[in-house]
Ligand binder design. Sequence first.
Ligand SMILES: Nc1ncnc2c1ncn2[C@@H]1O[C@H](COP(=O)(O)OP(=O)(O)OP(=O)(O)O)[C@@H](O)[C@H]1O
Ligand SMILES: O=C(O)[C@H](O)COP(=O)(O)O
Length: 401
Amino acid sequence: MATKRSVGTLKEADLKGKRVFVRVDLNVPLDDNLNITDDTRIRAAIPTIKYLTGYGAKVILSSHLGRPKGVTPKYSLKPLVPRLSELLGSEVTIAGDSIGEEVEKLVAQIPEGGVLLLENVRFHKEEEKNDPEFAKKLASLADLYVNDAFGTAHRAHASTEGVAKYLKPSVAGFLMQKELDYLVGAVSNPKKPFAAIVGGSKVSSKIGVIESLLEKVDILLLGGGMVFTFYKAQGYSVGTSLVEEDKLGLATSLIEKAKAKGVSLLLPTDVVIADKFSADANDKIVPASSIPDGWMGLDIGPDSIKTFNEALDKSQTVIWNGPMGVFEFDKFAAGTEAIAKKLAEISGKGVTTIIGGGDSVAAVEKAGLADKMSHISTGGGASLELLEGKPLPGVLALDDA
Ligand SMILES: Nc1ncnc2c1ncn2[C@@H]1O[C@H](COP(=O)(O)OP(=O)(O)OP(=O)(O)O)[C@@H](O)[C@H]1O
Ligand SMILES: O=C(O)[C@H](O)COP(=O)(O)O
């Protein structure tokens, strides 16, 4: 069963004076000094919280951070409090735990329109086990449940799935709804022609998404490290490029499947190659069919960019997952940047452009083009699973619309 798109949403009448348990995904990157290096997920959580406080609800926020094994100070949510308070325009209180007497006392003290942030919910091993008793304890804190943690919706954990069984109504927040509108709505009912761009390092991690997209798209553009497995399967020499030897047959069958479905599958025609995997490697551009021994492909070349751009100019809906090359190294970032620029340009002409999480989002942000896209997903793994057509437990657990 694919994930449903229509879930119950927030209704103002239910809110005044109510205690609302809001699961958000505040799993943001922190540096060694615990400074937030990208606050996108905090900003994305704000509209739902503001809506709830604006209608006089008492908001209990819950999130995980990282993958702690037990209570681990470096995974505390405390460093997030100043930024969260600043963005909300009001002081957020943090509890020392997510269940227990102290938490219950703090919940009882939340004023109408106030926000209490519970400590990292993964400090309890019962969270990831989706332990029903733990879920019941979380549920007992509140009158209703809002799940706005799209980035964690692929996890069936106590605060993302279990709690919805014990707390009604259980509804989606605005971020969750927006993600579903784009990643389920636009993809299942796209304006055509519909193009997908899939890149990233390995074909093995994108098989599901490629197979699922082949059922829906008119054009499929492939880039990144995975293309060398496709080249090798076609008999090209690929030098020392990334190749998954056990996926050669799969690459051939994906090419055949595209043909059978009438999908225009475009592989890069030229590549930027390097003599080592390094930012200061020597580089040159060669046709895809002639990568010399000892060299590896690290980006798509200018001819491929031109062909990909022409295909994108014909499209009305575009979804992008995975960079075209090793964009972390400036020398091999041009292909990824070119795609980001083209998508920004066609977005301005009314084309729906969806960036499906993970490294492609980082690349779009690095290029300063994030606000030009129709939708940038806050979920890496979650958006990939959704695009693969897998049900998301955190969404399935919510009430129907
Ligand atoms: N030609 C290449 N050779 C080796 N690595 C590559 C190549 N092209 C891209 N990559 C690497 O692929 C990585 C991204 O791959 P991944 O499959 O994780 O993409 P993603 O789906 O966008 O990210 P995430 O897994 O975070 O959602 C980048 O770190 C990039 O450097
Ligand atoms: O960053 C993510 O993808 C989400 O916050 C989920 O985190 P997890 O992979 O540790 O479950």
